[in-house]
Unconditional design. Structure first.
Length: 342
């Protein structure tokens, strides 16, 4: 994970009525294995968090990150201009830290360390930022003496975001900004989104539920045997969970190939023909994926199989009477039953 630039500023907020104070670094951090490890750990933790997804608004406020970022990106990428680009990155980070200081004053009880990093991984570039708290603790120095230390709490950043600069430049995505929304409530999430200058472009839990519903409908329409249905379900969940772990959206093209390698466009075409309203790329929601599984059972000539999200909706289980109530009978089965009655 090559780090092009990385810098850390400190925002101090003490008890009382005093405004938060900002202490800025003069230059970006020098490359080091410790910095690589820190960014890798932060990325892993961020990918596992509940996130919002969106894109920069064209009318974003002048002190938002969306408004500040273009000046840095226009500074060039050639090695001959590396020094100028480092200066532009420092300027960007200081401006961002100053406007974030106001958000900290209004929304957070304490400050922290603002880390910003421009990272290149393969052909993709990201801008990662996080407001990290320091936790008081103890360590042992080179003389084996116990000393106070203030390790950064990477596992629970107060605020965090990642901008996919490659997708942003391409101008074809509404999901290139991912931002934390699992701490501090709705007011903090909205304030942070405004500071980013971001408009939500995807409802990850809602779109994930829609995708799973589309998949269930597809499996039912194909009248697949239980074993084949389970294999396809596992393929979908493995791919979606892997993408969620990497912090990347899943694509309907790739998913369709995994669901049926003999007919790689079948699931994709089914989604389009049924008009589920899904975008070509979907940010997977890990919590929704974890709740999705398939119930199966066979006894006395009866074989039943259905997806867990149907339980409580079109399917109910009456535990007292030990009955399974199916409210929406599949069309194919309904036709067979009617033919039998006639």
């Amino acid at each position: 994970m090559p780090i092009l630039h990385c810098i850390v500023h400190r925002i101090d907020k003490a008890d009382g009525e005093q405004p938060a104070a900002l202490t800025t670094a003069d230059t970006p951090q020098a490359p080091s294995p410790q910095l690589d490890d820190l960014l890798a750990e932060l990325t892993t933790r961020f990918n596992a968090k509940r996130k919002g997804w969106g894109y920069f608004r064209e009318d974003a406020a002048g002190r938002s990150l969306a408004a500040l970022l273009p000046a840095y990106l226009d500074s060039g990428e050639a090695e001959a201009r590396a020094e100028a680009q480092a200066e532009a990155f420092t300027t960007l980070s200081r401006q961002a830290a100053e406007s974030l200081r106001e958000l900290v004053d209004a929304q957070l009880p304490t400050g922290g360390y603002l880390l910003m990093a421009h990272v290149r991984q393969g052909e993709t570039e990201h801008l990662t930022l996080a407001l990290l708290h320091a936790r008081a603790g103890f360590g042992v120095d080179s003389r084996l003496a116990v000393v106070p230390v203030d390790p950064l709490n990477v596992s629970q950043p107060a605020l965090a975001a990642r901008i996919d600069l490659t997708q942003m430049r391409a101008g074809q995505s509404r999901q290139y900004v991912a931002f934390s929304r699992d701490r501090g409530g709705q007011a903090l999430a909205e304030a942070f989104r405004d500071w980013l200058g971001c408009e939500e472009g995807a409802d990850a839990p809602g779109e994930t539920r829609t995708l799973l519903k589309a998949f269930s409908d597809y499996v039912e329409s194909e009248a697949l045997p239980d074993e084949a249905a389970r294999e396809k379900t596992d393929a979908l969940l493995d791919y979606a969970s892997d993408q969620a772990g990497r912090g990347e959206p899943l694509t309907l093209d790739a998913l369709s190939e995994l669901v049926d390698d003999q007919q790689p466009r079948a699931f994709y075409d089914y989604i389009r023909n049924q008009d589920y309203g899904l975008a070509p790329e979907i940010p997977p929601d890990k919590r929704t994926l974890q709740q999705f599984k398939r119930f199966t059972g066979r006894a006395g000539g009866v074989s039943i199989s259905f997806d867990s999200h149907l339980l409580g909706n079109s399917i109910e289980y009456d535990a007292e009477r030990d009955r399974l109530i199916i409210k929406q009978v599949p069309d194919a089965l309904k036709t067979q039953l009617r033919e039998r009655r006639s």
